[in-house]
Design a protein. Structure first.
Length: 317
């Protein structure tokens, strides 16, 4: 026996309501509820979840056992390790949870980090948690991993220039590339190659290497990224291969170990948004940030509607 008219109406109302709620949740709630999770990966590819609200960033001071802790639960920042000074309250027009990324770390002025906030602005935060400078929205500063933490890379989107500033600075150069400085999403590797400083950057078209003179000197296959590996050997680098879902450390230093499979069902290499810390201590662990998008609640409602439709069919048959 087929469904009654009333039964069909009830089932149709449930399914249409669930479908509409699903559409709206996909448009709005997924982005609102998306969370950035942080994980530690050991050299064997095993994954360990970081405590909620805690992020680690490498400290570019030639000591791989020092690192910055951003504590979103207590709104504090601090340097941990042999040369650390503990956690300090953040005194800023933004919360620790509003920090999108840490671009520069070093010992300038006793210890400073440059952070990017959710408002798109870049701020210099000193070791006491105080904001001591703000860059124009078109300026970004990045650490240079050349064992001299008093050098840094400056990107100027307005002038479309790059420059190495600091004690070993080479001045400002125009970017000679098929993309602009504004197109650079992140700087993932910095160091010496061929006697001059080189930088790997990511754009919408992939990963590209530019030298200190602003010229593009190489590109990577789609899905492959290089990151600094902070073990005091700037010839080593971390490789992320989203195509094979593998990672590894390559280069001329003694700590490279080749490519390894990522042993987790929580995320893939392609899901890794950023690498925040590498080469920690004797273990060589790395820390990564991954965006986790929760399943919209409307999906379960939609499934419930299908279940109700099946139940009504059985009930009237």
């Amino acid at each position: 026996m087929s469904l009654s008219i009333a039964g069909r109406i009830r089932a149709t109302v449930v399914l249409l309501s669930a479908a509409l709620l699903y559409i709206f949740s996909m448009m709005f709630s997924v982005q609102a509820n998306a969370a950035i999770m942080h994980y530690r990966i050991d050299i064997n590819g095993n994954v360990f979840e970081e405590a909620p609200g805690i992020r680690r960033y490498g400290h570019n001071d030639n000591y791989t056992n020092n690192f910055w802790i951003l504590d979103g639960n207590n709104n504090t920042i601090g340097l941990q390790g042999p040369n650390g000074f503990g956690q300090r309250p953040l005194s800023a027009p933004f919360h620790v949870n509003d920090i999108v990324d840490v671009h520069y770390t070093g010992t300038v002025n006793g210890g400073r980090i440059w952070v990017e906030a959710t408002n798109g602005q870049h701020y210099a935060v000193n070791r006491n948690g105080q904001v001591e400078g703000q860059a124009p929205s078109y300026i970004r500063y990045y650490s240079i991993d050349d064992n001299t933490d008093n050098n840094w890379l400056r990107l100027d989107a307005n002038a479309n220039t790059i420059s190495v500033d600091g004690n070993g600075g080479t001045g400002t150069r125009p970017l000679n590339a098929p993309f602009s400085v504004a197109d650079i999403q992140d700087v993932t590797w910095t160091g010496f190659l061929g006697g001059i400083r080189q930088f790997w950057v990511t754009t919408a078209t992939g990963s590209h290497r530019i030298d200190q003179n602003g010229n593009v000197t190489g590109s990577l296959p789609t899905g492959v990224r290089f990151y600094d590996y902070d073990d005091n050997y700037d010839f080593n680098y971390l490789v992320l291969d989203a195509n094979a879902n593998m990672f590894g450390v390559s280069g001329g230093g003694p700590n490279n170990f080749g490519m390894r499979a990522l042993n987790t069902n929580l995320f893939t290499v392609a899901d890794i948004q950023d690498v925040t810390m590498t080469g920690y201590g004797a273990t060589g662990d790395i820390w990564v940030s991954v965006e986790v998008v929760p399943v919209p609640a409307a999906i379960w409602l939609f499934g419930s509607g299908l279940g109700l439709l099946g139940w009504l069919r059985r009930r009237t048959s």
